[in-house]
Design a protein around this ligand. Structure first.
Ligand code: OOB
Length: 583
């Protein structure tokens, strides 16, 4: 079991690979902090960031980052501390991320959609000392969430709120993010800061889409992350004239480093952040800031295309629309040019590393019909069968990858005494050790995707070997949702499957068998039977991220089983399709 071993918390590349990547210039002696300070030194007056009313030059941004770093240091945050950051798109996110980097503290990048279940796990797994949140966003109050989880997490010393701590925050001693900035005239903040991090230090923990119950944390080092950014900039050129719009939640790998906002800062471009991705907000920003490139998951791209047909906004500055995170149909890719006047770029990536891009000058069949090719010549790709043997060229198989920015293992979570899984961490008892199951002996990451490698080097994603549901780019592990459902006293068994959906690609359906003796639909003793809405309400109250709440719930008497008694998800999906077809 993982807890009994002495494996490193942050798995690293074997020395021979690290040496090679350094010798080839893929890994350099440079940190993400250096990127910001270099741009501030080269062209401090150039516009770096636009978010709401905030407009910051590179010089302003670098100075604010140093001041916030000093403020965070004063609260007691130190090198190597884990800090869970859950901020929507805004200047606070960018400043907090860079300030933590500057201190050598490690940001755990949660998404705004995460709720108590996920946040409590991230905090517990990492022994986080601080949780940095917005006050409210899209109708959700993060201060209530922070109050709830901090009660059970004695090691979590600080809750820091971007915005108003409010009554809950005041009674719990939450700090205000904006109060942490020392006054501008308090001397040069940078003097008081610790020595900057090293290129080989872990910079952040990114979240995996997750194909099993426990969300996995991915240690990304400055040198490998910067490698991903530089190689991405080769595949998706941005320069100082570019204006990148972050419309998806920018803490996600796609808008963050593919090449994303960090790529844009690297290029000295301007980053514009949309607080929500709705067409009215996004189109207004494209027009006002002359945005040249942005990124979307397929359902969002469809929404933008539909709205573009009747907008009065001038979208002519937009040169590139990146689409990724989930399968982008040929038809959608084909529409981008004629309907938006932009070149489509397909992006097929993963938080564990590998990022594939179609190139802007690729022929049309590649642009619309493939998910592109790796951004680095040093990325290694294998397509194998279930036994791990290479499949013939052009045949579908499981995609494995290894390379200079694809990690060799997940963060090793904090465990309870004696190496047992921490009982305070829901789902941490899972017997499958992802560091054994997700990586081959020779260090290839098993992506769980089924792909075809074309002779021209481009990949076509044809399906999935992993049991993961991709709900318009948001990844859901059936295991995790089933685990939560089984904790309901009235539920005997649960199975979560994907349902094909025109808009999102996939939605989720939970099949639920009520517990024997618990109220059942047939019962006539006055107790209300377990109804679908009870199930979704329960999950919501239980603190599961909004996008993981099943779209459909079917109450059934039994599941179809196969072979040794495993639930047949395929048969459940078929039964659902048939009952929907029958109306
Ligand atoms: C991105 O990262 P994750 O970690 O949220 O999800 C990775 C998984 C992939 O293994 C694949 O199953 C799916 O998402 N995926 C795609 C895809 N892009 C991602 N499936 C089909 N077509 C695509 N274009 O989703 C991510 C990270 C960096 C850049 C872009 C996406």
């Amino acid at each position: 079991m993982a807890g009994t071993t002495t494996r490193p918390r942050y798995p690293d590349w074997p020395g021979e690979y690290a040496d090679r990547y350094r010798a080839e210039g893929l890994w350099r002696d440079e940190t993400l902090c250096d990127v910001l300070s270099a741009r501030a030194a080269e062209h401090g007056d150039r516009l770096a960031l636009v978010a709401g009313e905030t407009r910051l030059s590179y010089g302003d941004l670098a100075a604010r980052v140093d001041r916030l770093a000093a403020g965070l240091q004063r609260t007691g945050i130190r090198r190597g501390d884990h800090v869970v950051v859950q901020l929507p798109n805004g200047a606070e996110f960018v400043e907090t991320f860079f300030a933590l980097l500057r201190l050598g503290a490690i940001a755990v990048l949660a998404l705004p959609a995460h709720r108590r279940t996920e946040i409590a796990q991230f905090c517990a797994h990492t022994d986080a000392v601080a949780y940095i949140v917005a006050d409210k966003h899209l109708g959700f109050d993060y201060r209530g969430l922070a109050a709830e989880i901090s009660a059970d997490l004695p090691r979590l010393r600080h809750v820091i709120v971007a915005g108003e701590p409010g009554r809950v925050g005041e009674s719990h001693g939450f700090q205000r993010l904006d109060a942490l900035y020392p006054p501008v005239d308090a001397g040069t903040a940078a003097d008081a800061l610790p020595s900057p991090p090293a290129a080989s230090d872990v910079a952040l923990l990114q979240l995996s889409g997750g194909s099993t119950g426990v969300p996995k944390l991915i240690p990304r080092r400055h040198e490998d992350y910067l490698c991903a950014i530089r190689e991405s900039l080769d595949a998706c050129p941005l320069d100082a004239r570019s204006v990148f719009l972050g419309a998806l939640p920018v803490a996600h790998n796609f808008p963050f480093v593919s090449p994303g906002i960090l790529g844009a800062f690297h290029a000295g471009a301007t980053v514009v952040l949309a607080h929500v991705p709705s067409p009215d907000v996004v189109f207004a920003l494209i027009e006002a800031e002359r945005v040249t490139i942005t990124s979307a998951v397929p359902p969002l791209a469809l929404t933008w295309l539909a709205a573009a047909a009747s907008t009065d906004r001038d979208l002519s500055s937009l040169e590139v629309l990146q689409i990724g995170g989930a399968a982008c149909g040929t038809e959608l890719a084909r529409r981008v040019g004629p309907e938006l006047g932009a070149t489509v770029q397909q992006v097929f990536g993963m938080a564990e590393g590998l990022i594939n891009y179609t190139r802007l000058d690729d022929p049309q069949d590649v642009l619309v019909g493939t998910q592109g090719r790796p951004c680095s010549a040093a990325d290694e790709i294998r397509i194998v069968d279930d036994a791990g043997s290479p499949v013939p060229q052009g045949s579908p198989g499981q995609l494995l990858t290894r390379g200079p920015y694809t990690v060799r293992g997940y963060f090793e979570p904090v465990r309870g005494d004696g190496g047992a899984a921490d009982p305070s961490v829901p789902g941490s008892g899972s017997p499958a050790d992802p560091n054994l199951t997700s990586f081959t002996d020779d260090g290839f990451y098993r992506t769980g995707d089924l792909a075809v490698l074309r002779p021209d080097g481009n990949l076509v994603v044809v399906g999935r070997a992993k049991e993961q549901i991709n709900r318009g780019g948001e990844k859901i592990s059936p295991d995790e949702v089933e685990g939560r459902l089984l904790a309901h006293p009235g539920i005997h068994d649960a199975a979560v499957v994907a349902v094909p959906d025109d808009a999102l690609g996939e939605r989720t359906c939970a099949f639920v068998i009520p517990r024997h003796g618990a109220p059942e639909p047939s019962q006539e003793d006055g107790t209300p039977p377990l109804a679908p809405r009870d199930v979704t309400r329960y999950l919501r109250r239980d603190g599961l991220a909004a996008y993981k709440i099943p779209d459909l719930v079917e109450i059934v008497d039994e599941f179809p089983v196969i072979g040794v008694g495993k639930i047949s998800r395929a048969q459940l999906r078929r039964a659902l399709a048939e009952s929907r077809a029958a109306g």
